[in-house]
Design a binder for this molecule. Sequence first.
Ligand code: C5J
Length: 220
Amino acid sequence: MTKIAAEPFAFELEPSALALVIIDMQRDFIEPGGFGESLGNDVSRLRAIVPTVLRLLLSFRARGLPVIHTMECHRPDLSDCPPAKRDRGAPRLRIGDPGPMGRVLISGEPGAAILPELAPLPGEIVIEKPGKGAFYATPLQEELTRIGARQLVFAGVTTEVCVQTTMREANDRGYECLLAEDATASYFPQFETATLEMIRAQGAIIGWTATTEQILAGLR
Ligand code: C5J
């Protein structure tokens, strides 16, 4: 059994059951002018992980391993966006409002798209999700069952919101979850650090963490 040097202890790899899940690497969260910036966030921390996420993505593709991309977005009529989500706070732009990259977080709009350098290839699974977690109101569970995935490597943004929510949901469903520490980011460095710590605390209560280098060394 191959092992990945991970925290809090080695992750025992089952390559035939492995998939990469890249969470919400969308223009609206990562590019200036998008939804993330309109909420008052500095998007540069998120932008900085793009080369590392790309490295992970290309490595999985090169090994023929499955890749799943998620996107947080809503239907154009907002029928899947609870008013409690859209109306909260006083952002400059709300979900569905017209912005510099089209309507904010609406499926099919330029801002909701995944960054071009990380764009899904034909055949890769793309999950559009209305919530923070990627299992809620999506076919993710069915897709993972279809491809036989039981171990999930996670990357993407933001660490403490959509990445952590999805990892927790996956952990409850029995998946072994490994977060690529340097291929995830938060607008808030302290939340990123705290999330990594809480995931691996108490004997990997949610899952494992490892660097991209450690993960790729385990895949060799
Ligand atoms: C947020 C996400 N932060 N993808 N979405 O609203 O984490």
